[in-house]
Design a protein around this ligand. Structure first.
Ligand code: NDP
Length: 453
């Protein structure tokens, strides 16, 4: 008989926390509890990946009507009805939250709908003052968006608010050049909002392959997003119904709405970490070792609160590795190498491995790339181009990086990711017969490098 109320107490009911809790309870018979102060499902399900992707789908229909006309369909575009979509979206999120709650319940996890903080290495205190003890505590509290400290920033919204707007604005300024800013620029532009994006750097999507992000930006501009590079907001204030914005380039403009997508910070404040001397990093993230263990042996942390690779599937992997390590006696470090990922910009980008620039710094490389107008869009009279690119080691012939900018790039990179993760060489790609006619067949038919570096 354990001296504790539970074998595991999880704080945070997002992707990572829910997975760890239900696998620990369901597969190892551990007695598990979980506390969540907000909605179950966390950022991904409630205010991130899932509603975002549904908005991407919604925003893509405008162009589909034009394309259908080009293919001979006698149909006319109608108007997008935001309240209709938002109501359906809310229903869908309610349904998904219900599934998350049931997953926990059916695995025997006891849940508490309140905030929890640590009192000592084996005790958490719930918001109502109840204390619970556990042999292990897992912190999976995720992150939240932050606004920059500029005058008037409180007038702007973040990605958390965008799903709840009563009406879609006529015009919006999106500040930032990361995943969230670039994805929402495409979404809002597609939904008919006059969209401007300010990014302080030289090119959006910093850190990704230069050629790929250059094409994404070019196509976003072609699609109507007014992208201003090397530009930031200096100050903002209310002017009538609108928000007056002064930019670093001297421009002054009015927008109906301003959305900041200027990064996220870990949710680790006011959790009792300092009293336990649990170390935090520069961004406030909880510092953990390769097994997600903090400096206090009974306390672990996974997901965005640890600011390793902030992606849902990674948090889930970290949760599974935690259960494997702590409850199955099989020390397992989550593998953060060669993680395929997609950015749901329009056009979409899928990527795995090193950018050309990073690979060239590491070793001599060959670059295979092709950019072309895909059949489906070209027939419809669109000028949009796609990119297929492989970065190959000259020495080992291994594909070090694969970058795709194309409709469906997220779906493609999942599969290309398997080959790259297995260590496939360029010659392995070449030995694979093309699937014709597709866009991705170019991945196995690129004969000569476009350059070496
Ligand atoms: P990112 O860190 O990716 O991007 C933040 C952006 O804001 C950068 O362009 C940054 O510029 C800019 N910025 C930061 N501070 C300021 C400032 N003070 N003024 C102006 N600009 C500023 O954060 P996101 O919020 O876009 O995304 C957070 C994380 O969420 C991502 O890293 C990703 O892991 C995850 N995510 C994944 C998605 C997916 O898989 N499709 C989708 C959405 C999010 P600079 O480049 O100069 O630093």
């Amino acid at each position: 008989m354990s001296d504790f109320d539970y074998d595991l107490f999880v704080i945070g009911g997002g992707s990572g926390g829910v997975r760890a809790a239900r696998v620990a309870a369901g597969e190892t018979g551990a007695k598990v509890a979980l506390a969540e102060e907000d909605r179950y499902g966390g950022t991904c399900v409630i205010r991130g990946c899932v509603p975002k992707k549904l908005m991407v789908f919604a925003s893509e229909y405008a162009d589909m009507v034009d394309d259908a006309q080009a293919y001979g369909w006698d149909i006319q575009p109608g108007a997008f009805n935001w309240p209709t979509f938002r109501t359906k979206l809310e229903d869908e999120l309610d349904r998904l939250e219900g599934i998350y709650r049931n997953l926990l319940k059916n695995s025997g996890v006891e849940s508490f709908d309140q905030r929890a903080r640590l009192v000592d290495p084996h005790t958490v205190e719930l918001a109502d003052g109840t204390r619970k003890t556990a042999k292990h505590i897992l912190i999976a509290t995720g992150g939240r968006p932050v606004k920059p400290e500029i005058p008037g920033a409180e007038l702007g919204i973040t990605s958390n608010d965008i799903f709840h707007l009563d009406t879609l604005p006529d015009s919006i300024l999106i500040v930032g050049g990361g995943y969230i800013a670039s994805e929402f620029a495409g979404i809002l532009n597609g939904l008919g909002v006059q969209t401007t994006q300010f990014y302080r750097g030289a090119q959006i999507l910093r850190g990704f392959d230069d050629e790929a992000r250059g094409l994404v930006c070019e196509e976003m501009c072609q699609n109507g997003v007014d992208v201003h590079l090397g530009t930031n907001v200096l100050e903002m204030r209310k002017e009538g119904d609108k928000i007056w914005v002064k930019a670093t380039n001297g421009d002054e403009r009015l927008f109906d709405q301003v959305m900041f997508a200027t990064g996220r910070v870990p949710n680790a404040d006011d959790m009792g970490l300092e009293a336990l001397e649990i170390a935090r990093g520069r961004k406030g993230e909880i510092v953990v070792d390769q097994y997600s263990q903090t400096g206090v042996p009974s306390v672990y942390a996974i997901g965005d609160v640890t600011d390793r690779v902030n992606l849902t599937p990674v948090a889930i992997r970290e949760g599974m590795a935690f259960v494997e390590t702590v409850f199955k006696g099989n020390p397992t470090a989550p593998d953060h190498d060669l993680i395929p990922t997609a950015i749901f910009t329009q056009p979409e980008m899928g990527t795995v491995g090193l950018s050309e620039e990073d690979a060239a710094e590491q070793e001599p490389i060959e670059v295979y790339a092709t950019s072309f107008k895909p059949m489906q869009q070209s027939f419809a009279g669109r000028a949009a181009r796609v990119l297929m690119k492989l970065v190959v080691s000259q020495k080992t012939r291994k594909v070090l990086g694969c970058h795709i900018v194309a409709p469906g790039a997220g779906e493609m990179i999942q599969l290309a990711g398997i080959a790259v993760k297995m260590g496939a060489t360029k010659e392995d790609f070449d030995r694979t017969v093309a699937v014709h006619p597709t866009m991705s067949e170019e991945m196995v038919t690129m004969k000569a490098p476009v350059r070496t570096a």
